[in-house]
Design a protein around this ligand. Structure first.
Ligand code: SF4
Ligand code: SF4
Length: 171
């Protein structure tokens, strides 16, 4: 069952971030007049500071979403790493323990929303590719909820699947 209120919250916040980004880009482009090297240098640092500020705002926004959705619950992202370490010692158990991990479809439009909003930073962007950090993912399913077209969803896998710390979701 999809919770549409949660999705709306995600989408509204995501639109804010995109809007802020667009404004920054437009401002940069509109400053198309010829600048002296010193002016260019100063402009570069000015923009760099703005982008850093934007990244901080985005990070804050992401934490707010995670807090709201997870009810302030603390996320122990190293719990799975500890569990995987314990499983490493028992190949038989690896066959029996089932985890849920995200699976991306080729139809993904690469909007980055799931990677941006993952509360555990488990989805890593690498150019046009997405990589899952199997240690970090907490199987919360939020990535599937934010993707409007359902290009990503959780699938059950045996613990053996998680032997690799990083797995390509989409190349
Ligand atoms: S899976 Fe969905 S939310 Fe994630 S990048 Fe692709 S289209 Fe965007
Ligand atoms: S299920 Fe999705 S949103 Fe949740 S931690 Fe894993 S990758 Fe991130």
């Amino acid at each position: 069952m999809v919770d549409h209120r949660r999705r709306k919250l995600f989408i509204a916040l995501w639109e804010d971030v995109k809007e802020a980004n667009t404004i920054t880009i437009k401002e940069t482009l509109s400053a198309g007049k010829t600048l002296s090297p010193f002016e260019k240098f100063a402009r570069y640092h000015e923009r760099e500071a703005e982008l850093e500020e934007l990244a901080e705002t985005a990070e804050e926004m992401k934490n707010r979403v995670a807090d709201k959705l997870l009810g302030g619950q603390v996320i122990h992202t190293d719990k799975r790493a500890l569990l995987l370490k314990a499983l490493e010692k028992d190949p038989e158990l690896q066959e029996r323990v089932i985890f849920s991990v995200p699976e991306m479809k080729e139809s993904c439009t690469r909007c980055d929303a799931c990677a941006f909003l993952c509360p555990a930073d488990a989805i890593i962007m690498d150019g046009d590719s997405y990589i899952l950090s199997t240690e970090k993912c907490i199987s919360c399913g939020l990535c599937g909820e934010i993707c409007y077209e359902k290009h990503i969803s959780l699938k059950p896998v045996k613990a053996t699947f998680l032997q690799d710390k990083y797995v390509y979701l989409l190349k």
